[in-house]
Write a protein that binds this ligand. Structure first.
Ligand SMILES: C[S@@+](CC[C@H](N)C(=O)[O-])C[C@H]1O[C@@H](n2cnc3c(N)ncnc32)[C@H](O)[C@@H]1O
Length: 287
């Protein structure tokens, strides 16, 4: 056995495997590293941390999923940035694993919910800034974050339609069709964005993210593909190209299969339309 490796035990005295002092990325043992290098996440995450309250947002991520990702790409006490913080999935994830985090969120409705959940759960607040990342990031110090974990605002979410278990033809709007909850977080400025405008905005913000991330560290981005107006949109692919243009090097596309997503019936008998129950987690590195 190498001298630089030591066996690590969890709080119940169970072996976590062997940890190498040479590990510069995280605090995982070899066994845990192997587990987390898999390209599909199927783990079921609980509806906790005042889920009902956070669910007012509609695009919130499970804090424990964020913590799992943070533990793969950082060590304790490291510094994480989320330029699209919402109701604080990344920030709660960082709190769960003893990391520091800074969130930027344009809509104070969501930051108020973050504050409320912290109070109810007795969690020390991470730094949450209310404002536009396009402005705030310009004043951040260079090379000061060890990881960027974020979840981008979706393009075109206003058009989301669900058939609510009623069969309908392609293009036919179901009677109880509701505006998607997700649309709200894009709706602070009430303007409709084309896909190119959305990509341009993402490019502007991730260009500002590049200098604040330390060299050799990771950018991890949640992005769902979508089916709209009779066609599939490879948004993850579109965004990946933008991130590569900015200078980040692509490393992985992890699929998060969200077991809590319900299946809906779309266009039964007429056409194949996918029921989207996964999200992509794009992994990039600043080299
Ligand atoms: C997909 S949500 C993030 C949800 C988050 N992961 C959570 O767990 O709550 C994206 C968020 O980005 C915010 N946003 C959109 N444009 C922004 C901008 N230019 N600057 C800062 N926040 C922005 C939206 O208001 C929205 O809450």
């Amino acid at each position: 056995m190498n001298k630089d490796k030591k066996e690590i035990f969890d709080e119940n005295g169970k072996s976590r495997g062997f940890y190498s002092e040479k590990n510069q990325i995280n605090e995982l043992t070899g066994k845990e590293w192997q587990y987390w290098s898999k390209s599909v996440i199927t783990k079921q995450y609980p509806f906790n941390f005042q889920h009902k309250l956070r669910n007012e947002h509609g695009g919130q991520k499970p804090p424990e999923l964020c913590a799992d990702l943070i533990k793969v790409f950082t060590k304790e006490k490291m510094n994480i940035l989320d330029p699209f913080a919402g109701v604080g999935g990344t920030l709660f994830g960082a709190s769960l694993c003893n990391r520091k985090a800074k969130g930027i969120e344009i809509n104070s409705k969501w930051t108020k919910i973050y504050d409320k959940v912290c109070k109810l759960e007795k969690i020390k607040k991470q730094k949450m800034i209310i404002g536009d990342s396009k402005k705030i990031l310009k004043n951040e110090k260079k090379n000061c974050f060890d990881m960027i974990l974020t979840d981008v605002p979706y393009w075109d979410m206003d058009k989301a339609e669900k058939s609510k278990n009623k069969f309908k033809k392609v293009g036919e709007i179901s009677k109880d069709n509701k505006r998607s909850k997700l649309s709200e977080f894009n709706n602070f400025n009430n303007k409709e964005q084309s896909k190119q405008e959305w990509l341009d905005e993402m490019k502007e913000i991730f260009t500002l993210c590049y200098p604040v991330l330390k060299k050799g560290r990771y950018l991890v981005v949640f992005i769902g593909d979508m089916y709209r107006n009779g066609r599939y949109h490879f948004l993850s692919n579109d965004l990946a190209r933008v991130l590569e243009d900015v200078g980040f090097v692509p490393k992985a596309n992890i699929i998060w299969y969200d077991v809590s997503n319900r299946l809906h019936i779309y266009a039964y008998c007429y056409q194949y339309v996918p029921s989207m129950i996964h999200q992509n987690i794009l992994v990039f590195r600043k080299e």
